[in-house]
Design a binder for this molecule. Sequence first.
Ligand code: CMP
Length: 136
Amino acid sequence: MSKVEQTLSIIKPDAVERNLIEEIKSIFLKNNLIIKEDKKIQITKEEAAEFYKIHQSKPFYDALCSYLSSGPIVVMVLEGENAVSKNRKLMGATDPKNADENTIRKLYGISIDKNSVHGSDSIENAKQEINFFFKS
Ligand code: CMP
């Protein structure tokens, strides 16, 4: 069953630095995801720690928070049918080495840390993550 959903997408510092913003946005648009909200920001390490708190027990947590706050990012609300799963499919596996051909992480990701994009993994997390960056 398909239904219209919203999800959060982040273009991470490695992709912003390499001027990949428009390429990545065009992949969403070509796949019938509308970009409802869109802003380029830089967050603090404390904000990154709050955003990624679900990962706080992981060994990579500190590096992850340092990385997300290391440079400008683009945060977007994507909307469309099955937006959460569609975005995850378009991104590909977390580690670019394991991502399918033509996914964003396969095309542009450098490493598991510098994997170019983040996307919400469930409808519930999408609501929380959208609210984190776009408080209404
Ligand atoms: P993301 O989808 O933004 O969610 C958490 C991030 O942690 C993930 O992408 C990766 O960039 C990063 N990360 C670093 N090491 C790992 C790991 N071993 N497993 C999963 N994610 C990792």
